[in-house]
Design a protein around this ligand. Structure first.
Ligand code: ZN
Ligand code: ZN
Length: 259
């Protein structure tokens, strides 16, 4: 029996690492040895039931090839920014040529934005609104709107099966108590932290940094936390001291969805 797990296919911020124009130490290391090479953030949730993805960014095709997987039939989307939906045309192409009906789940306003961007998508992919009773692979799924700073709003997902509960929240900042409430006391929190410490003015920012995340965690008390959605500001070879039970995601990393 295959235990349920989440596999990190991508752990990068919106631009990925290396950034094409950049010669900083992290981008150079990403080119030369690759510890910091990061495709756009995307996870695969897998088990006996098969698999579904959370998000489908512009690196989707490369990520599928890296995993040696030819088809996917179900994708959950957090929000309609390019780094989370840029691979949808290629997924639609997969559905078209294999005759497989793709099913894309997202909150209503996200579906609207996706149809706006890719009006022809529905020819090959069925778009379904995330309803409160959504269950995928035995996981009961709850979604809620989270502040994404200067970029507007994203959605976080909380997934529950048996006695295990985890949250995927890749793009958020400055969350209110209400927005934090569904994250409390989970077994696993996957949280986007684009920077170690981002010095840009707060009103220009859109994702937590690691310093803020460290302050946040005691408030919501997850059993363990994985940081993802990391920019070229984060050097995995020179990480700051992280709080206890916190790790950073790496491409291909597997987190077991059991206690
Ligand atoms: Zn993003
Ligand atoms: Zn760089």
């Amino acid at each position: 029996m295959v235990e349920d797990r989440v596999v990190f296919w991508g752990t990068g911020d919106a631009m990925g690492v290396p950034r094409v124009y950049c010669e900083c130490e992290v981008c150079q290391e990403a080119r030369d040895t690759g510890v910091n090479r990061r495709l756009r953030s995307l996870v695969s949730v897998e088990g006996e039931f098969g698999r579904f993805l959370i998000d489908c960014g512009p690196d989707w095709r490369v990520q599928m090839e890296a995993q040696k997987i030819r088809t996917v039939d179900t994708i959950l989307v957090t929000h309609a920014h390019f780094d989370h939906i840029g691979g949808l045309p290629e997924w639609a192409d997969q559905c078209r040529w294999t005759g497989m009906q793709g099913i894309l789940y997202a909150p209503g306003e996200v579906l609207d934005a996706i149809i706006d961007r890719y009006p022809w998508l529905e020819r090959n992919i069925e778009l379904r609104k995330v309803e409160p009773d959504l269950v995928l692979g035995g996981w009961s799924i709850f979604s809620w709107r989270v502040n994404h700073g200067k970029n507007g709003y994203s959605y976080a997902y909380r997934l529950k099966k048996d006695n295990f509960c985890w949250v995927y929240c890749s793009d958020s900042i400055g969350l209110s108590d209400n927005e934090l409430a569904p994250m409390k006391n989970t077994d696993l929190l996957i949280l986007g932290t684009s920077f170690v410490q981002e010095d840009a003015p707060y009103e220009t920012r859109s994702v937590y940094d690691m310093r803020e995340a460290a302050e946040l965690l005691p408030k919501i008390n997850p059993a363990r936390t994985v940081y993802t959605h990391m920019s070229h500001d984060v050097d995995l070879n020179k990480l700051p001291d992280l709080p206890i039970a916190v790790s950073t995601a790496r491409t291909g990393m597997i987190e077991r969805l059991t206690r």
